[in-house]
Design a protein around this ligand. Sequence first.
Ligand code: FAD
Length: 507
Amino acid sequence: MGNLLETQVLIIGAGTTGTAIARELSKYKVDTILLESREDIGMGETKASHGFIYSGGLTAAGSLVMKSVMLPSGQTAFNPRSRKTQMEHESIKEFPSLAKEMEVGLSHDRRLMLARDEGDLKMLKVAERICGDMGTKITWLDREGILEREPWVTKDVIAGIADEGYQLSVYPWDWAIALAENARQNGLRLLLLTEVIGIKPLGGGFMVYTNRGSIRTEFIINAAGPYADKVAKMAGVCDFGLTCTRSQMVILDKRVNLLNQSVSLAPKPGKVRTLRKTISGNIQTICSEYYPVSDPEDTTTLMNWTDQSIAGAQEMIPSISKKDIITSYVGVRVFNTRDPEEDILEVSKGNPRFLNAAIRLPGVSVTPAAARHIVNLLGNQGLELATKTDFNPHRKRIPKVSELPDEERRKLIAQDPRYGHIVCRCEEVSEGEIVEAIRRGARTVAGVKYRTRAGMGRCQRGFCGPRVLEILARELDIPMRKVTQMGGLSRVLLYRSKDLLGSGGLT
Ligand SMILES: Cc1cc2nc3c(=O)[nH]c(=O)nc-3n(C[C@H](O)[C@H](O)[C@H](O)COP(=O)(O)OP(=O)(O)OC[C@H]3O[C@@H](n4cnc5c(N)ncnc54)[C@H](O)[C@@H]3O)c2cc1C
């Protein structure tokens, strides 16, 4: 990056929000830079997201009850007619065509909610009422009906409700990467490892200071996720605060085949008990409470939380076992203190050229509508929005050898034999896919993992880890010791063991 860059619009933060806005803006003749402080796209709140596309069904109803813990007066649910839910309704219609255009995986799942006692039944009625408000058709099932659909669920179940529509989901990082790649094809400038450290209003625009130089811009879009309040403060225009809650998720081995659809226990404020099959076929346990945290980077996994998560899963499917765990991780959800039910998607009151896009859960679900809203606001503030006639909405995903029909696989391997060399055996990822991921911007082990799934299987990099490291070092032309897990100080190899022996070994 040079000492001074200039642009019309500067977007801060490359999560699902910033990348969606960047892609929407790339439809217009507008010079745009997207800045991200981390090594890669989608590594903030986005990374831990479940990626459900909320559509007014049981997932949304359960979530409205669960999040009501953020409301001051103990109400049992968020408002199903809020602007947020309207944006979800608007966005859900667009996901199938957007996913097709950008070749992003989109799963279609069904959902069941269980009651084990009278208290649960009451909460199912609340969920049913919310679904009714949102126009979703719900079916009541008796115990036998449930066990027919899900033979492994607890025999304590007395009744349940089923959402007869499909629950869509994406992998959120996949979504963010696709949006950014497509925006770049259409002219976006993306700067990673570039952290905004200061903002000064300057002659109808701003001077933005980063760790890598300065950028003069006419407009700023603040999509900095859990740091959106900090960024707004830098510009002297902050009129909201953010709060965070953390929870821990567990992923089970694919061989655990005990679930046909997503299953939840009756919803409770501040509590979530859900099992779902991810796009790639693993069971994910989402069983935790909302724990408030002050630091959005507080993502240390804790053993007792893993135990809690498995205990929650066993309340639904008793035969789930700790032995089936392949990994666990923590996600930090962000809410704003001004109105926990709504996103802050607005022109800042303090400066008409500074726009906030501070989105709360579920942020992935509203990306199409929210991005359009922000771009319209830019237009209202005087940015000329002339459409590009050559905008290309299509983006090709990295070929997945394991999913190709035989003939196409043979053709690909004939063109590039590296696609015939499997590096990650658990997820069947080839060297060709890893090299392509690096060519597209992966710089770390996590960057390769999120783009290809190498290392996401049963062995959790036990076998493929060293090979991925070698390929990264070779393709990036850096020593293996410089390769990091996910940027910063997260080096995978610290010393050569021979060097340690030479210096007298470890002390
Ligand atoms: C456990 C969990 C489950 C969820 N489940 C769902 C779900 O099922 N469905 C759904 O729709 N949503 C879900 N969400 C919510 C959703 O993930 C978020 O709403 C969404 O990802 C927010 O994206 P974002 O781009 O606003 O924020 P982020 O992803 O946090 O992106 C902000 C980016 O800004 C960067 N940044 C910050 N400060 C600076 C700076 N000074 N300079 C440069 N860059 C900066 C950060 O590094 C970060 O990458 C879930 C969230 C969690 C945690």
